[in-house]
Design a protein around this ligand. Structure first.
Ligand code: COA
Length: 166
């Protein structure tokens, strides 16, 4: 399966494809703290705002975007943390557990190493054990927890912090 997956950097013109994935993730409500999808214009502005050390990377099959992974500086205005990046990974439900996340991570981790990152950090909802397993498979280690950090439809969830030293 993985040989059919093309990974490429998103441009502002990919905002609609990314928005359609956010719509799915936000509607599912169980995977992300994001419960309201970014609009196409917000997504476009976000992609335009990214530095050369940041990016959204797309997984495509037959020209359709089926997943993406974002790499952001942990803190744009705190230069003592320039070596720290933050990841987010999302695939359409029909394509989960088909190697999309691994293909994206292979690309993004190589990009991160080549662009001076020394560690990556992620927040994952405590109830999202599948994503925790995915990130653990990449070498991320759990290093903290924010209690009742997410509240969706009146229901709390914790956020797990995980980090990976590159
Ligand atoms: C989490 C997610 C990004 C992983 O991507 P994916 O394409 O499904 O992952 P892959 O198929 O490349 O699998 C990568 C590894 O993670 C493991 N994995 C993926 N989903 C898993 C699950 N539900 N349970 C256990 N392990 C899982 C795979 O077994 C695989 O392990 P391996 O490398 O040892 O074979 C994807 O499932 C997803 O988009 N989930 C919904 C959104 C989400 O939770 N995003 C993360 C928010 S922080």
């Amino acid at each position: 399966m993985s040989e059919q997956i093309l990974i490429r950097r998103a441009t502002p013109d990919d905002a609609a494809s990314i928005n359609s994935i956010w719509q799915v993730i936000a509607a599912e409500k169980i995977y992300s703290a994001i419960d309201k999808p970014f609009t196409i214009e917000e997504e476009r502005a976000y992609i335009q705002s990214l530095s050369e050390r940041e990016g959204v990377f797309l997984a495509e099959i037959d020209g359709s975007v089926i997943g993406f992974q974002s790499l952001d500086l942990w803190a744009r205005s705190i230069h003592s943390m320039d070596h720290v990046g933050q990841l987010g990974t999302f695939a359409l439900s029909a394509w989960r557990k088909h190697g999309v996340g691994n293909a994206l991570a292979q690309h993004t981790l190589a990009f991160a190493k080549a662009h001076g990152y020394e560690k990556l950090v992620i927040f994952v909802r405590a109830s999202n054990t599948s994503a925790q397993k995915f990130y653990a498979g990449l070498g991320f280690i759990e290093c903290g927890r924010f209690a009742r950090q997410v509240k969706i439809d009146g229901k709390f969830d914790d956020e797990i912090l995980m980090e990976l030293f590159l």
